[in-house]
Design a protein around this ligand. Structure first.
Ligand code: F6P
Length: 363
């Protein structure tokens, strides 16, 4: 009897999604003679029964493409699906509809590629009897149970490129340049791109900042002849005793809060306190677009092929993750258990502090 697997990509897109779809499909067809079904737009397509067969030809030539050929949705949640009529959204549990649709597809395994929200729904589907395997993806690098997610390296690369370009204009105009990067409640992108781009001040959600200290650092640099400063700020950063800046609330999303805008607030404050012209650039969705780095292509390929091996061995209810140099099988329950934040004793924080980088908490 022919075996079949289905794959969906859900949550915010990121570089490497097509690389993983290609890896899963090619491996399943070539090595195991399986059939592969692509579910469109993540859980949205699962609920509305939208899917198509994926052939070798469909996935050939997509390794370097950004986005996802299957589409995605970062609002649809089968267990908390928003009805869109009227002003007030109401939520319904449509998981039984999703499970019925999967049964009609007659598959042996569902591979869910996504971040913590996606993996949380994947875990619930598994608990409700669906044979699920998870693959972690997100630019935020905040998934529990894996050291790294594909998408992160590409986002860091793009952010670093942005910082490099802003460095020269900051230097020429003797300005403070603030670069805001995504990452939700985690500071991974800001930390890595901030260090790679030589940021003078790096602000991450895990270390609440003091605006007076930031102004002092900027002024001190000026006194030492450095008439410009580069501030890399995570969208989720917040002052000591203060709140994060919310950009919008997406009504009807199971995870409604979208962060963003801290860079502009900081810019006004730094200009006022340090007396230096300050400009803000928000990298935003640029970090999620375009071709994946070689690292992300390789990671996505390896995770995709591992997931197919797990499907073949019926190792359901787990996510394939990375621990050091090893690929590990992580219970979906663990992957869905919250956000992996930057530990305060992270070696990169220590290194950065030791070369004079400020995290806005002390000089
Ligand atoms: O999780 C990925 C991410 O890009 C976050 O870094 C960001 O906060 C969020 O998604 C933005 O979501 P949206 O695409 O809905 O604006």
């Amino acid at each position: 009897m022919k075996k079949a697997i289905a794959i969906l990509t859900a949550g915010g897109d990121c570089p490497g999604l097509n690389a993983v779809i290609r890896a899963v499909t090619k491996k399943a067809i070539i090595e195991y003679g399986m059939e592969v079904i692509g579910i469109e737009d993540g859980y949205e397509g699962l609920i509305h029964d939208r899917h198509r067969k994926l052939t070798y030809e469909d996935v050939s030539g997509i390794l370097t493409l950004g986005g996802t050929i299957l589409g995605t949705s970062n609002t649809a949640n089968p267990y908390k699906y928003a009805a869109r009529e009227g002003a007030k959204p109401s939520f319904n549990d449509l998981s039984k509809v999703a499970i019925r649709n999967l049964e009609k597809m007659d598959i042996d395994c569902l591979i869910c590629v996504g971040g913590d929200g996606t993996l949380h729904s994947a875990y619930k589907l598994y608990r409700d009897g669906v044979p699920v395997i998870g693959i972690p993806k997100t630019i935020d690098n905040d998934i529990m149970g894996t050291d790294v997610t594909f998408g992160f390296d590409s986002a860091v690369w793009i952010a670093t490129e942005g910082i490099d370009r802003l460095h020269t204009t900051a230097q020429s105009h003797h300005r403070v340049m603030i670069i805001e990067v995504m990452g939700r409640e985690a500071g991974w992108i800001a930390l890595y791109s901030g260090v790679a781009g030589g940021g003078d001040i790096i602000l991450i959600p895990e270390i609440p900042y003091d605006i007076d200290i930031i102004a002092q650092v900027v002024k001190e640099r000026q006194r030492h002849g450095k008439k410009f400063s580069i501030v890399v700020v995570a969208e989720g950063a917040r002052p000591k005793g203060g709140d994060t800046v919310v950009n919008r609330v997406v009504k009807g999303s199971a995870y409604p809060v979208r962060l963003g805008g801290i860079g502009f607030a900081l810019g006004r404050q730094i200009e006022g306190l340090a007396g230096l012209e300050t400009r803000t650039v928000v990298m935003g969705h640029l970090l999620r677009g375009g071709t994946p780095t070689p690292f992300d292509r390789i990671l996505a390929t390896r995770l995709g092929t591992k997931a197919v091996d797990m499907a073949k061995k019926k190792e359901f209810g787990r996510m394939v993750g990375v621990e050091g140099n090893l690929f590990v099988k992580v219970p979906l329950k663990k992957a869905a258990s919250g956000s992996k934040l930057v530990p305060l004793d992270h070696p990169l924080i220590k290194s950065a502090r030791s070369i004079g980088t400020s995290f806005g908490d002390r000089k």
